[in-house]
Design a protein around this ligand. Structure first.
Ligand code: NAP
Length: 486
């Protein structure tokens, strides 16, 4: 039984036009991945429910888009304050439905809130321009207008932050949103709506529909003529599909897709620092983040020392139910994710991998997996090429800078890359040569609301965060003014 200080944050219906709607497709069971228990049932939205939400968002857009930036900013500031005041409850809801340790979940809530605050401030500074005229009786100017209703689809791995990273800039720009969270984690989305409601954000400005038939809802959000922009965070495969669906109405699109992050350790690196950050980037959220370290490359001369220290650090990770004090790694999201880990290990074992730690399911429950460390990786192993999305660390070695940069870039993905070196020339060279939207040197920590987050190649289109993160929610209109007497 989930205990909250404010039990009214546990909402189970869809939020459409400022009211809570039962789903016309029945209900969805929401489980706790740590123990397999049913937390609650939530409303299952149909395509028709989604259309209702789009109509509500379109009606609200007519008034919300005409409000001042200051007005929207004030309401968003209320929302931000309420999210922070309720961070513990929101964290508990997230731990229950997603599995990540409570401290990590509360950390995500604060990160999620930061996008609301940042864009509440940023929208007051979005400017148009005056262009030197080309004729004495004309004046040329540009100004920004909100793009319209925004359709959003978000994943389960960051059930709160992926919602505010989209709805924060959208609302600030004057857009309204219809969000489909993942069916595994709708409760965090509903709780955020409840707080937006209390903050005074008007009916129809934010709408959330949870659905078991994501394809049907996805078709509405990508093809409805009243939606001006579509934004998605999730896998590259589904991103491609949704991008194709958006073509029929030529929607503006932003895609935050999968990753295959290299973590490169050069022989002049501070090895202890590299180990600490490697563990953090690999095992955070049980290895289920788009920017998780996926391929670890260590220069040959330090490989033995680095791997031994990594083994010690991984052995110290406390695997537990996310509500247990001191838990560092919780369960995977579901049993399909566990089977995926089994398959990676079976494939790697058949090709000669060496297992230093783990490599099997964890006794704690059906969604738990042992923190795993592997060496003897070869290029033909699936885990050397695919996004692992789980707690498997696989160490490979390299000889030279040119070689490792080429291997790091040898992927269709291009989201985040990490490297460790104390040579300032190499810091600049490697940063410039890595084909990734985010490069992080001598640290594994980079996420912040004030900087752009986005992928290169098949990791996505556009950026979220920073001033770039709001730009796509506007249309830049050029106004050519004639008939001016000189
Ligand atoms: P996913 O399978 O692509 O699902 C993401 C969202 O799309 C969920 O809400 C899902 O709903 C929905 N969906 C699935 N099929 C759909 C369809 N045919 N039409 C419409 N919606 C559909 O991804 P995931 O496995 O949940 O999430 C992990 C992936 O997201 C990883 O690849 C990760 O790298 C990526 N990710 C990227 C970023 C970034 O910022 N670049 C951030 C976080 C995660 P249901 O599951 O309810 O069907």
């Amino acid at each position: 039984m989930l205990k909250l200080k404010d039990a009214s944050l546990l909402k189970t219906n869809n939020y459409i036009n400022g009211t809570w709607h039962a789903g016309s497709a029945g209900t969805i069971d929401v489980f706790n991945p740590a123990n397999g228990e049913l937390i609650t049932k939530v409303a299952d939205a149909s395509a028709e429910d989604t259309e209702l939400a789009v109509e509500a968002a379109a009606a609200a857009f007519a008034t919300w888009s005409k409000t001042t930036a200051k007005h929207r900013s004030d309401l968003m500031r209320n929302w931000f304050n309420l999210v922070l005041e309720n961070a513990e409850d929101l964290g508990a809801i997230m731990t229950a439905e997603q599995g990540k340790p409570l401290a990590e979940a509360i950390g995500e809530i604060k990160y999620a809130a930061s996008f609301i605050e940042y864009y509440a401030e940023e929208c007051k500074r979005v400017m148009g321009s005056t262009i030197p005229t080309i004729a004495v009786n004309r004046r040329l100017q540009t100004y920004k207008q909100p793009v319209g209703v925004v359709g959003c689809i978000t994943p389960w791995n960051f059930p709160a932050a992926m919602i505010t990273r989209k709805s924060g800039p959208a609302l600030a720009a004057g857009c309204t949103v219809v969000i489909k969270p993942d069916a595994a984690t709708p409760l965090s989305a509903f709780a955020l709506c409840e707080l937006a409601h209390r903050a005074g954000i008007p009916p129809g400005v934010i709408n959330v529909v949870a659905a078991s038939d994501s394809q049907a809802v996805g078709l509405v959000l990508t093809q409805h003529p009243k939606i001006g922009k579509f934004t998605f965070t999730g896998s590259t495969a589904i991103g491609k599909l949704l991008m194709a669906q958006c073509a029929s109405t030529v929607k503006k699109i932003s895609l935050e897709l999968g990753g295959n992050a290299p973590f490169i350790v050069f022989d002049d690196a501070h090895i202890d620092d590299a180990v600490t950050h490697c563990v953090a980037t690999k095992f955070r959220n049980c290895g289920q983040t788009c920017v998780c370290t996926n391929r670890i490359f260590v220069q040959e001369s330090i490989a033995e020392e680095f791997t031994a220290k990594l083994q010690t650090a991984i052995s110290a990770l406390k695997v537990a139910d996310g509500f247990e004090p001191g838990a560092i790694m919780g369960p995977l999201i579901n049993t399909r994710a566990v089977e995926k880990m089994d398959n990676f290990i079976a494939d790697a074992k058949s090709k000669g991998v060496k297992v230093l730690l783990g490599g099997d399911r964890h006794e704690l429950g059906q969604c738990f997996y042992q923190p795993t460390l592997l060496t003897n990786i070869s290029d033909d192993m699936r885990l050397a090429k695919e996004e692992i999305f789980g707690p498997i660390a696989a160490v490979q070695t390299f000889k030279t800078e040119d070689e490792v940069v080429a291997r790091a870039n040898d992927t269709n993905y291009g989201l985040a890359a990490y490297f460790f070196t104390r040579d300032i020339g190499r810091v600049m060279r490697v940063s410039e040569n890595l084909q990734y939207g985010i490069v992080c040197s001598n640290s594994g920590v980079f996420s912040t609301e004030v900087a752009p987050f986005g992928g290169w190649k098949q990791s996505g289109i556009g950026s979220e965060g920073g001033k770039e993160g709001i730009a796509d929610f506007y249309v830049t209109k050029f106004h050519s003014i004639g008939g001016i007497d000189s």
